[in-house]
Design a protein around this ligand. Structure first.
Ligand SMILES: [Zn+2]
Length: 448
């Protein structure tokens, strides 16, 4: 075991270095090789974590929430392991541990903070049992990639069955996450926004998941929605309702970043961050709740939140020739609807580029575009819209059905260039998954 372990760790490190040298992402391959050489490497290394293992699951916001939680713990003086690049399947998780281990097979860490793709939980949990699972939300992802949301919920229940002592930290406003926490019979804590936030630019017609009670099948009634299916709900038949909220947010202010107050049973905390977008309240709140569950003080987190650089392409801003460009990834209907809300939080005149590709990782089926509430752009003070990407013409048609005029330019660079100068100097670029990398690279190169 000792020699195998050493060989596994050293091989993984060499492979990762070589991949970086050749400009490739080597994390997944390192993890794969390490496990080939030493099949039990993940159990061995994860058993050395001193204080606790967090896993973050959910459709949207996983990477943001997980990395934020990691920063909070590091700020409190703890040593951590985190798969911060978002490699969130089994091999990525193995790599996070292996690349942080010493050659002698020792790992010196207080917490592991690991984002896991929901479908991969069944493959990871045989090797370690997390102490906490954060459930950000469960939305429908690209149709042909993950299948039904019920399948995801079923997988998570089966995975949680493997770790009966795991505490779930669930989004109370999401009926699917909250129901899952209850169904699993695990101990759980909740976070959410109890009252209706009036200025929230929410959609009224978007398609929502979880319209039916998970316990009796009746149609749920909602007092209000924050966005998508997040809101205050109850079942008129069996009485199931949004659970009490352990970490509640009020005093929300969306002007110039996000400001709000988090209330929990023993403390109130005023958050001021440079994040934008109502949905980021949930990401901050989830990370805060998770760290608080360990009894941490978290006095320094406003400094982290104001210094925190969003991940690549998540509300990332660029200045190009005096034009402010805001790039944001949206890969599914819920993500897109949140993006539209974020655009609407800015009431000044603006231009918009929407890039839609249909490569394998995006999902070939783009019928989900019809589930996005693009109609709302009509009231968003948008002056010019250019649609781009391999499915630019589908997107143009989608806008046409909403009575919104747009111009199709398939080439992404030409599309953005079209609106960079001589317009509002306030440009939003919304892209789906495979369009992100090249768009960002190009914007970065053009930056002032
Ligand atoms: Zn019911």
């Amino acid at each position: 075991m000792g020699i195998r372990k050493t060989l596994a760790i050293s091989s993984a490190k060499v492979i990762n270095k070589l991949c970086i040298l050749f400009g490739k992402q080597g994390v997944t391959l390192s993890g794969k090789i390490a496990q080939k050489i030493c099949p039990n490497i993940l159990s061995d290394l994860s058993s050395q974590v001193k204080k606790g293992i967090y896993v973050t699951c959910g459709t949207n916001g996983k990477t943001t929430t997980n990395n934020m939680l990691n920063s909070f713990l590091v700020d409190e003086g703890f040593k951590t392991i985190c798969n911060s690049t978002g490699s969130n399947m089994l091999n990525g998780v193995i790599a996070a541990f292996v690349l942080n281990a010493k050659i002698n097979g020792k790992i010196d860490t207080d917490y592991a903070v690991i984002e896991i793709d929901e479908a991969s939980t069944l493959r990871v949990f045989p090797y370690f049992k997390p102490d906490y699972m954060i459930l950000t939300n469960l939305f429908r992802d690209q149709l042909d990639r993950y299948g039904e949301i019920d399948l995801t919920m079923d997988i998570l229940i089966r995975a949680l069955d493997m770790c009966p002592d795991c505490t779930i930290i669930a989004n109370a406003d999401d009926v699917l996450s909250a129901s899952l926490a209850k169904k699993s019979n695990h101990k759980f804590l909740t976070f959410g926004i109890k009252d209706n936030y009036k200025d929230n630019q929410q959609s009224t017609t978007e398609i929502r998941e979880g319209a039916f009670c998970q316990f009796c099948g009746s149609r749920l009634e909602y007092n209000f929605y924050h966005f998508s299916q997040l809101g205050s709900y109850h079942c008129p038949n069996c009485g199931y309702k949004r659970p009490d909220i352990d970490f509640n947010v009020d005093n929300i202010n969306l002007k110039n970043g996000l400001k709000f107050t988090i209330h929990s049973k023993d403390s109130d905390f005023d958050v001021a961050s440079n994040y934008r977008g109502f949905y980021n309240i949930y990401n901050i709140l989830a990370a805060y709740s998770a760290a608080k569950a360990e009894g941490l003080e978290l006095k320094g987190i406003n400094k982290i939140l104001s210094n925190f650089k969003p991940e690549n392409g998540r509300m990332e801003s660029f200045t190009i020739g005096g034009c402010n460009v805001l790039l944001n990834l949206a890969k599914n209907p819920a993500g897109f609807n949140q993006n539209i809300s974020a655009v609407m939080e800015d009431d000044s005149p603006k231009d918009l580029v929407v890039v839609i590709n249909d490569n394998a990782q995006d999902g070939r089926d783009i019928s989900w575009l019809w589930d996005v509430d693009f109609e709302r752009f009509a009231g968003a003070n948008v002056k010019n819209i250019v649609v781009s990407g391999t499915r630019a013409y589908d997107m143009e048609l989608r806008f046409k059905y909403s009575d919104i005029e747009s111009k199709a330019i398939v080439d992404v660079e030409s599309a953005i260039s079209e609106l960079l100068t001589g317009h509002t100097n306030n440009l939003y670029v919304l892209v789906n998954y495979t369009a992100l990398y090249n768009t960002r690279k190009w914007l970065k190169a053009k930056e002032d």
